[in-house]
Design a protein around this ligand. Structure first.
Ligand code: RIB
Length: 334
C-alpha cells in the first residue's frame, strides 16, 4: 500500500497543504515544520508521485537526451555537460541510447513524450528521419546535438567536422605521410561522411598523396582492432603510412591491432590520428593525436539552447558551431 500525502500530514500533525508546501516551496515554511514533515516522510517511506504535478505543470522538470552510443566517452562527456547545466535550473537529464538504431530512437522519443519532458536533446540516427519531424509535430522543444538541420528550423550545436577532417589529414601530410587511409564507420553517419569529406579536401592540395577508404560496420574499439590487424598483415609496400580514424575508439583499437603482430611501429611505420580527444586517447600506450571536440561544452550549450526555446518559443533559432582543435601526440610523431 503506497503512502499518501494525507498519511504524512497525519503523522506530522499538519495539514495536507503544509505537506505540499514543504515539498514544493520549503523556503516558505517554518524550519521546525519542515523538519517535522521530513521526519514523517522518512518514517513512512513516502515517495512523491510526480505524475500529478507534471500534469498540472504541463511539463516535467526533466530533459530527454538521446545519444548514438552511450558507451562512447564522447557522448558520456556531452551528457555530463548537459546534466551540469540542467542541475543549475533544478532540472534532471534522462539519458537514452539509440545505438544508431532508428527504432530505438523512436521508442525513446515516445517515452520522453509520455513522460512530458520539458524538451529533447537529440543526436539523430537519421537527420531526415521521421523521428525529428515526429517530435517537432508533438510541440516538445527539440535541440539537435552534434548535428544541424539544413534550413535551421531547429536549434543545434555541433562541430565543423569537415574542418576537423581537413585538420587531421593536413597534419599527416605535414608529417610527410603520403599513403593515407581513412578508417570510418557507415557513411550514413553524417559525422563520418563530413570527416571523410574534409580528408579529401586536404588531400586535394597534395597531388602525390593517395587516400584509401576503409568503411567498417561500427565506430568501436573492436572494429578498429580488426582493421589494425588487417593493415599489419599486409606486405609493407601495400600498407598506408598513416591512418585517420573517424573517432578515437577506432584509433585505440587500430593501435592495438597493429601491435598484435609486432611488425608495424607507430608512428615510424604508421602514423595514427583519431577524433574526439577522449581520455583514452591521451592514455593509450602510444599517446594518440586527435581532433578535439569540446564535448562537455556541447552538452552545456545544448541545454542553454533548450532553455532559450522554453523561455521564448517564437524567439530566434540559434545554431552554435564549435571549431575542432588539433591535438598532437606521439602517434603522429614529433
Ligand atoms: O558517433 C560517432 C562519432 O560522432 C563520435 O565518436 C563523435 O565523434 C561524434 O561526433
Amino acid at each position: 500500500m503506497s503512502v499518501s500525502v494525507k498519511d504524512v500530514a497525519a503523522r506530522a500533525g499538519v495539514s495536507v497543504g503544509t505537506v505540499s508546501n514543504v515539498l514544493n516551496r520549503p523556503d516558505k515554511v517554518a524550519r521546525a515544520t519542515v523538519e517535522r514533515v521530513q521526519a514523517a516522510i522518512d518514517a513512512l517511506g513516502f515517495v512523491r508521485n510526480d505524475a500529478a504535478r507534471q500534469l498540472r505543470a504541463g511539463r516535467s522538470r526533466s530533459i530527454g537526451l538521446i545519444v548514438l552510443d552511450s558507451a562512447n566517452p564522447f557522448f558520456a562527456e556531452v551528457a555530463r555537460g548537459a546534466e551540469e547545466r540542467a542541475a543549475r535550473e533544478g532540472m534532471a537529464v534522462l539519458l537514452g541510447n539509440s545505438d544508431q538504431n532508428a527504432d530505438r530512437e523512436v521508442s525513446y522519443l515516445d517515452l520522453f513524450r509520455e513522460q512530458r519532458v520539458s524538451g529533447v536533446l537529440l543526436t539523430p540516427t537519421d537527420l531526415a528521419g521521421s523521428a525529428v519531424r515526429r517530435l517537432a509535430d508533438s510541440g516538445i522543444p527539440l535541440v539537435l546535438v552534434d548535428e544541424e538541420l539544413p534550413g535551421g528550423a531547429t536549434p543545434s550545436v555541433a562541430v565543423d567536422d569537415i574542418e576537423g577532417g581537413m585538420l587531421a589529414v593536413s597534419h599527416l601530410l605535414g608529417r610527410g605521410r603520403r599513403r593515407i587511409a581513412f578508417v570510418g564507420g557507415p557513411s550514413s553517419i553524417r559525422q563520418v561522411a563530413d570527416r571523410l569529406e574534409g580528408a579529401r579536401r586536404a588531400l586535394a592540395t597534395t597531388p602525390d598523396a593517395s587516400l584509401e577508404v576503409i568503411e567498417l560496420d561500427a565506430l568501436t574499439v573492436l572494429c578498429g582492432r580488426d582493421a589494425g590487424e588487417e593493415i599489419a598483415r599486409r606486405p609493407a609496400d601495400e600498407r598506408p603510412d598513416a591512418v585517420f580514424c573517424a573517432n578515437d575508439l577506432l584509433a585505440v583499437g587500430l593501435l592495438q591491432g597493429t601491435a598484435i603482430l609486432g611488425s608495424v611501429r607507430v608512428p615510424e611505420d604508421l602514423a595514427i590520428i583519431g577524433y574526439d580527444d577522449i581520455d583514452f586517447a591521451q592514455a593509450a600506450v602510444v599517446p594518440l593525436s586527435s581532433i578535439r571536440q569540446p564535448a562537455r561544452a556541447i552538452g552545456v550549450t545544448a541545454v542553454e539552447l533548450l532553455l532559450e526555446a522554453l523561455a521564448s518559443p517564437r524567439g530566434a533559432v540559434r545554431h552554435v558551431r564549435f571549431q575542432p582543435e588539433l591535438v598532437v601526440r606521439a602517434s603522429t610523431g614529433r
